[in-house]
Design a protein around this ligand. Structure first.
Ligand SMILES: [Zn+2]
Ligand SMILES: [Zn+2]
Ligand SMILES: [Zn+2]
Length: 703
């Protein structure tokens, strides 16, 4: 009960009883000013003041300090006579700080830099001084425990190029004894705490922190995890069974795994960035992988996660429907291809043989990806070994035979699979299953070039098949899948690539959903595919590939006359694809390069046809001839000797490049070059002339 204790705590000033949380003991040195103010000259250990009287004193002393600034120094000095005074003498410094509260808090901190006329480090008075910035003073305080006062100066020799004190100066402060104490007032302490807090916060931001929603920008999220902040929140909402540990939160756990996949960073790097030990990182990744594989991936990937109707209605490009589908059967059109995940060389020789791809000349594993024509990933199966027994044809057969993900129930008779030539041994098998496969035609023995029909229909297929390459490229944006995966991780490659695929399905837009022009394009492609190549026949009849003398190289005197100007749109129309146009730039740069073999030839007798000799992209010794027929405003036809050069549905890369150069780039103001990186490399063949003897100039390569 109150009042039964040894003493009621009565305020020494007003005499009222004080509650325990509303009283202060005034015996200590910190209350010297208070005692002085109320003229309490003797006091016992138990003497207290109430808060009301104390704040009365506090307000008064504050007012005084403000009103009588001139007296302040004096009174301060008087008040703390016995202690170390760090304020400079009144004469030299009148207005450094206006003291707002009494200096009553004693702390074992040493101050330096009182004097502005001497160096705070070496006390030298002669040389020119530099004033330290607030930031650098606090830096020094953090590392040495010596507080440098505002306006502290030192010789330029103690300062590093970034304005902070150099190592020697820091060592000097560290060597000083720090036994002395200083009295601070509330304002000073508050300022110091605020400054130190801001430094602490700044350092906090240097670490990657996924727990605080505001420390990372949206672009940081995208760079580090491959998905936006919003996506990340959504992903987290799928997590059901991960528990928070003392080392990391659920968010950090998932983020760690995503960062690992997106950046391909090693455990050691992650450990540094997240400030979590390597074992902790490994455990977190295993936990996150397990969790997402159970609660996220199956919802957004696999034959059973989506209906046939959904694929037909929402994930099929109109162009594909027009080219390969038909109204009555309305089949599902899918594109399948094997992809590669590189792994390390194994010391287990049997495994090394089975995982070695002769095609790529390195060890790898092969997941099979099956996508819709818009690039929506229906399923990722495998991964498989990489030896000859595991070619694409055998893999797809295996997928069907094992009825993975109950795919044979999902895929029904009449569905179409668009494939590349690697699947040709599976065509009969698929046909037996009722699945029609479409693949670009392949050259028969002794055949040098595809017929016009073959080349045309191949183009229809590659136009649709292309999307699977884009999906592959998108998956490889998660660097972990593009890098060499450590062999200890082989058991998890399947889960990892499936998760990335599920993330793409859930959070990324379709790669190509087609547009209104798809139907027009389809009609045009179908129409072209039914036509022959007239120029091809003319070349054969008139033997335009012979008669070398009649064809003159184009140069400043021999210019192409009347070649039509083509807009980028017209070009894309002719080539039926952007890919060819991209290649066109490379070819053309080679042409513009002195060494490039890209010779445009004209024939006086044939005004409307030009002939071009071009170097193959793949083998530098292989040369092709191509012909382009043109009228005043129109390109009438083309034919190239390369494998796919006879087609009229689009043009091969060679024809595209010549059209691009003559019809567009010649007139465009600035054509962005494909960089020739050779200029950054040394060439042992290229020896400066000075070293050469003057009589050996014949053997010296021309600059
Ligand atoms: Zn009182
Ligand atoms: Zn100095
Ligand atoms: Zn060609």
């Amino acid at each position: 009960m109150p009042g039964t204790g040894p003493k009621d705590f009565l305020c020494i000033t007003c005499g009222k009883r004080t509650k325990p949380d509303r009283r202060r003991f005034i015996a200590g040195p910190a209350y010297a000013n208070y005692r002085k103010h109320f003229k309490v000259f003797s006091c016992k250990d138990n003497d207290v003041t109430c808060i009301k009287c104390y704040s009365q004193f506090y307000r008064k002393s504050k007012c005084q300090a403000n009103r009588y600034e001139d007296n302040q120094e004096e009174s301060e000095n008087q008040l703390s006579e016995s202690e170390d005074v760090y304020e400079p003498p009144a004469k030299k410094q009148q207005k450094t700080t206006s003291i707002k509260s009494p200096k009553i808090i004693q702390l074992p901190i040493t101050l330096a830099g009182k004097s502005h006329s001497s160096c705070c480090v070496c006390k030298d008075r002669k040389s020119k001084f530099q004033t330290l910035s607030t930031e650098n003073r606090h830096k020094a305080f953090l590392s040495t425990g010596h507080l440098l006062l505002s306006g502290a100066r030192c010789c330029p020799t103690h300062i590093d190029s970034d304005g902070s004190l150099n190592e020697q100066a820091i060592l000097h402060f560290k060597s000083l004894s720090s036994s002395s104490t200083t009295f601070f007032n509330k304002t000073e302490l508050l300022a110091l705490i605020t400054d130190i807090r801001s430094i602490a916060l700044k350092n906090e931001n240097l670490r990657i922190d996924f727990d605080n929603k505001n420390t990372l920008k949206d672009s940081d999220f995208l760079n580090l995890t491959g998905i936006t902040k919003e996506n990340f929140e959504d992903l987290i909402s799928h997590v059901k069974s991960i528990r928070q540990t003392k080392n990391r939160s659920i968010r950090t756990c998932i983020a760690l795994f995503l960062v690992r996949l997106r950046t391909g960073m090693s455990y050691r790097m992650l450990s540094t960035l997240f400030n979590i030990g390597k074992t902790g990182i490994r455990r977190a990744i295993a936990t996150a992988r397990k969790e997402l594989s159970i609660n996220f991936t199956p919802k957004y990937l696999g034959f059973q996660h989506i209906s046939r109707q959904d694929i037909k209605d929402n994930h099929t490009r109109p162009l594909a429907k027009e080219l390969f589908g038909n109204e009555i059967e309305n089949p599902v059109i899918l594109v399948a291809d094997g992809t590669y995940i590189y792994i390390q060389k194994s010391n287990n020789f049997k495994f090394q043989r089975r995982s070695y791809s002769l095609h790529k000349n390195r060890p790898l594993v092969k997941p099979m990806i099956i996508v819709s024509t818009t690039g929506y990933i229906v399923s990722v199966l495998g991964p498989y070994h990489a030896d000859y027994k595991n070619n694409d044809a055998n893999i797809i057969k295996h997928n069907f035979k094992l009825n993975m993900e109950q795919m044979t129930d999902w895929i029904t008779e009449g569905d179409i699979l668009i494939l590349d030539r690697g699947f040709r041994d599976a065509v009969d098998f698929l046909e037996e299953m009722g699945v029609h496969s479409k693949m670009p035609s392949f050259l028969k023995k002794g055949q040098k070039q595809h017929t016009v029909e073959e080349a045309n229909s191949s183009r229809l297929i590659t136009k649709i098949r292309w999307v699977v390459e884009s999906v592959n490229g998108r998956l490889k944006l998660w660097r972990y899948l593009a890098n060499v995966v450590p062999n200890t991780q082989i058991p998890h490659i399947g889960d990892d690539i499936k998760l990335v695929a599920a993330i793409c399905n859930k959070y990324k837009p379709p790669l190509n959903s087609g547009n209104q022009e798809d139907q027009l394009l389809a009609a045009k492609m179908k129409m072209l595919a039914s036509k022959g190549n007239a120029l091809y026949e003319r070349v054969a009849e008139e033997k335009l590939d012979r008669r070398i003398a009649a064809w003159k190289n184009m140069d400043s005197e021999n210019v192409v006359k009347g070649f039509p100007t083509l807009s980028e749109e017209e070009l894309t129309n002719i080539t039926v694809g952007v890919y060819q146009l991209k290649l066109a730039r490379s070819y053309t740069c080679e042409h513009l390069d002195e060494d490039g073999d890209y010779i445009i030839m004209l024939n006086d007798e044939i005004q409307d046809i030009l002939r071009v000799k071009i170097q193959s992209r793949h083998t530098s010794s292989k040369l092709y001839l191509l012909w382009i027929e043109y009228g005043p405003a129109v390109i009438k036809g083309w034919y190239c000797q390369c494998k796919a050069g006879a087609r009229v549905v689009g043009a091969c890369a060679h024809v595209s490049s010549v059209l691009w150069y003559l019809g567009y780039a010649r007139y465009a103001d600035s054509v962005r070059n494909v960089k020739n990186w050779s200029m950054y490399l040394e060439d042992a063949f290229n020896v400066p002339e000075e070293i050469e003897d003057s009589d050996s100039e014949a053997s010296c390569p021309e600059e």
